[in-house]
Write a protein of this length. Structure first.
Length: 195
């Protein structure tokens, strides 16, 4: 993350995203595939790391092998095979939705995972209960823990979509887009940006 100054002098926190250039590797149609979609590919990878089916797919589009391939079913423009899609698709002061995989935090207790308060006081015989979940269920009937009970477990590493992030600035010569606020995922991770 970084920050930029707006026209009225306010310091705006924003995230810099390298968005493209993406190449159209397949245009799906209702007649052939049963639905309409555009397949975009991003980030070059070595021929050696590419399987033969992938290599043939990219060769048909006339591009070098790519690392990430994503399909979009809703699109405004008329794309053709081999077209290059850049950040000029996004306008400044427009709003975008950003999807990514959030940072994994491992196995966490209920206080960190669900903001439980814990048992509370350290006095009155409590010596190791400060971050405990407390009671979790009923007695002899129904004699089980209900599904969906908020308990300790794996936290993070989930697909997260952050909606309505404002585009602060677009830098087409470097394929960069600055959006207001934070986006899910660690540095260098892949994101999906939708208008």
């Amino acid at each position: 993350m970084t920050s930029v100054f707006s026209a009225d002098g306010k310091n705006v926190p924003c995230t810099v995203i390298e968005a493209g250039p993406c190449v159209v590797t397949q245009v799906k149609t209702v007649e052939i595939d049963g639905y309409e979609a555009v397949q975009l590919a991003f980030d070059d990878k070595r021929e050696k790391s590419t399987s033969q089916p992938e290599a043939g797919h990219f060769k048909k589009a006339g591009v070098s092998p790519k690392r990430k391939v994503i399909e979009f079913q809703e699109f405004e423009h008329d794309f053709k095979l081999g077209d290059v899609v850049g950040v000029d698709l996004f306008g400044e002061s427009s709003f975008v939705d950003v999807t990514g995989i959030s940072k994994g935090k491992g196995f966490q207790g209920v206080v960190k995972r669900y903001n439980f308060k814990g048992v509370g006081d350290a006095t009155h015989g409590q010596h190791n209960r400060l971050r405990a979940p407390g009671s979790i269920g009923a007695a002899s009937y129904p004699a089980r823990v209900f599904k969906g009970m908020r308990m300790a477990g794996r936290m993070g590493n989930d697909r997260v979509k952050v909606e309505n992030l404002k585009v602060i600035k677009v830098i087409p010569e470097n394929n960069l887009i600055l959006v207001k606020g934070s986006v899910p995922g660690a540095k260098g991770s892949y994101l999906i940006i939708e208008k």
